[in-house]
Design a protein around this ligand. Structure first.
Ligand code: PEP
Length: 257
C-alpha cells in the first residue's frame, strides 16, 4: 500500500452467492462492527438482483456497492444483460470487468473488456479490471508479456483523467478459489509491472495514483503481508468476503497504522 499517493480498496466479489435474505443477514452482522476504516475504501460487488437492496442496506455506511459485470452497449437487444447507466442509476459505484470466470465461461475477451471499461467510465462508474496469468503461462515464463498485453488492450483509447478512475486487479488464475495464494513478492512483482505499463502509457503521476489490487485466495491470515507490499493497494476477495469475521479482518489489515 502507499496511502500517500493512492486509495487502498478492499472489494468483495460475491460471485453467484447470497440470496436477498442472506445479503440482509450479512449487512446486519457487519454494520455494527465496521468502525471507521478510514484508510481504505470498502466495496461489496453483489449479484445484480440484490444491488438495489444492498445499496439501501449500506446507505448509512461507507461501504460502496459494486456490480460483477456490465454490457458495453447502452441499450438494445441483448437479452439478460445490464447497462452501465442502469447500474449507475441504482447506486452502483464500482463494476468488476474481465473477471477470469467471465473470460473462461462467457466469452469475455480483451476487446470486450476494453469496450466495457469505456461504457462504465461514460456512465460515471469505476471499473475494477481483472488481469492475470494461468499456471501454464507462469510456468512458461510469459507472465509479464501476457499482463502487458491484457493491460494494454484493456486501457487502449483511455485518456489520463479516465485512467485515474480505473482500478486494476491482478488475479493470477491459479490462485482464484484454489486456496493457493501468490507470495507477497510474486503479487508485488506483477502489480509493479502493471504500474510500469500505466506509467509508460499515461505518465508517472497517473501511475502513482492508480489503485492496483491483488486477488486470489486473499484471506484473514495472509492479507496483512500482501497489503504491506508497496505496489499492492488492496484486494479483490472472493471466498473470504462471504464471511463477516474474515472480511472484517482483511479490512483491519488494510487499516493498520
Ligand atoms: C475472485 O473471485 O476474484 C477471487 C479472488 O476469489 P477468491 O478470493 O475466492 O480466490
Amino acid at each position: 500500500m502507499n496511502r500517500k499517493y493512492r486509495k487502498t480498496i478492499i472489494a468483495g466479489n460475491w460471485k453467484m452467492n447470497k440470496t436477498l435474505t442472506e445479503t440482509k443477514a450479512f449487512a446486519d452482522e457487519i454494520k455494527p462492527q465496521l468502525g471507521k476504516h478510514k484508510w481504505c475504501e470498502v466495496v461489496l460487488c453483489v449479484p445484480f438482483v440484490n444491488i438495489p437492496a444492498a445499496v439501501r442496506m449500506f446507505k448509512d455506511t461507507r461501504v460502496a456497492i459494486g456490480a460483477e459485470n456490465v454490457h458495453f452497449e447502452d441499450h438494445g437487444a441483448f437479452t439478460g444483460e445490464v447497462t452501465a447507466e442502469m447500474l449507475k442509476e441504482v447506486g452502483v459505484k464500482y463494476v468488476i470487468i474481465g473477471h477470469s470466470e467471465r473470460r473462461e465461461y462467457y466469452g469475455e475477451t480483451d476487446f470486450t473488456v476494453n469496450k466495457k471499461i469505456k461504457a462504465a467510465l461514460a456512465a460515471g462508474l469505476h471499473p475494477i479490471v481483472c488481469v492475470g496469468e494461468s499456471l501454464e503461462q507462469r510456468e512458461l515464463g510469459v507472465t509479464a508479456e501476457l499482463i502487458n498485453y491484457q493491460v494494454k488492450c484493456a486501457l487502449s483509447g483511455l485518456d489520463a483523467s479516465q485512467m485515474r478512475k480505473v482500478v486494476i486487479a491482478y488475479e493470477p488464475l491459479w490462485a482464484i478459489g484454489t486456496g493457493k495464494t501468490a507470495t507477497a513478492e510474486q503479487a508485488n512483482e506483477v502489480c509493479e509491472i502493471i504500474r510500469g505499463i500505466i506509467r509508460h502509457q499515461f505518465g508517472a503521476r497517473v501511475a502513482r495514483a492508480v489503485t492496483i489490487q491483488y486477488g486470489g485466495s486473499m484471506n484473514a491470515k495472509n492479507a496483512a503481508e500482501l497489503l504491506a507490499q508497496p505496489d499492492v493497494d488492496g484486494g479483490l476477495i472472493g471466498g473470504a468476503a462471504l464471511k463477516v469475521p474474515d472480511f472484517l479482518q482483511i479490512i483491519a489489515a488494510a487499516n493498520q497504522e
